[in-house]
Design a protein around this ligand. Structure first.
Ligand SMILES: Nc1nc2c(ncn2[C@@H]2O[C@H](COP(=O)(O)OP(=O)(O)OP(=O)(O)O)[C@@H](O)[C@H]2O)c(=O)[nH]1
Ligand SMILES: [Mg+2]
Length: 253
């Protein structure tokens, strides 16, 4: 086979296996740390179950991803995951799923690894979301997951710190209902309601237009201009309150 023919066949095969996010769909991406249960235990010296340094690295990674070329509207991070909402009109990489996933996973992994001076890897999935209601459902779902994870993680480490083995602890927690988990913490003197909000509700990251004052370089006259700035919200509302908050954020775009 001639080189030109081989190339044409290869390109055809590559192009035919390409997937795209269809027009008019919102693009949501979710990055998740690969094998972070092991990594956080064995390589990064972290506080358990939650570590401020780790959470800050997740926030900073999410903020970094706001500035790599995509039109990111909102970010949400909890545990070892980051979700980003990308504007419906964003046409980066022609909305090719393969490119979006690989570039975001690469950027996040590189940034986070530099922070800890350790190889840390994120995977990335891209989800097409066709309407606003589903978008709100998506972020509320991730927040509910945060709440469940956080309750389980507090129970897990409370038992581990009180002499139970990993096997005993996992078996005990697996069978428990939410209310029993609250009760277990209470028995060990922990009131779940009093734990920091960021550990239970996750953290929101917003891209807002803010007014800035400057001066016209030619005339030196004062001018007011708009600039996008990334803000961190670490006291998110929950459930219906979170939905209302998200709606307000998304409606600005
Ligand atoms: N010590 C500590 N660990 C954390 C913190 N946040 C997240 N983790 C760990 O990150 C893990 C995330 O879990 P998963 O994403 O479900 O599991 P994983 O091991 O990363 O596996 P895959 O995602 O399937 O590759 C949890 O099990 C925690 O152990 C933190 O603030 N402190
Ligand atoms: Mg993970």
């Amino acid at each position: 086979m001639k080189f030109e023919e081989i190339e044409a066949l290869m390109r055809r095969n590559e192009n035919l296996s390409e997937q795209y996010i269809l027009p008019e769909n919102f693009i949501v991406v979710r990055l998740d740390g690969k094998g972070f249960t092991k990594l956080t235990k064995e390589k990064l010296s972290l506080e358990k179950p939650f570590d401020q340094k780790f959470s800050q690295a997740m926030i900073d990674t999410a903020k970094y991803l706001f500035n790599i070329g995509f039109k990111v509207i909102y970010g949400y991070t909890q545990s070892d995951e980051i979700s980003l909402l990308i504007h419906k009109d964003d046409n980066t990489f022609n909305r090719k799923v393969r490119k979006i996933n690989s570039v975001l996973a690469g950027e996040a992994s590189a940034f986070f690894s530099l922070r800890f001076q350790e190889i840390c890897v994120f995977d990335c999935r891209t989800i097409a979301i066709p309407n606003l209601e589903m978008l709100l459902d998506y972020f509320c779902w991730r927040q509910e997951d945060s709440h469940r994870n956080s309750l389980s993680a507090h129970c897990y480490w409370t038992l581990r710190k009180n002499g139970f083995t990993a096997k005993q602890t996992t078996e005990r927690i697996e069978k428990m209902h939410q209310s029993d988990k609250n009760e277990l913490l209470f028995q060990y003197g922990i009131n779940y309601n009093n734990l920091p909000l960021w550990q239970k509700r996750g953290i929101g990251i917003l891209n807002l237009k803010v007014e800035k004052k400057g001066s016209n370089p030619m005339t030196k006259e004062p001018v007011v201009y708009l600039r996008n700035e990334v803000f961190v919200e670490n006291e998110l509302a929950t459930r219906e309150g979170y939905r209302i908050f998200l709606k307000e954020v998304f409606n600005k775009f």
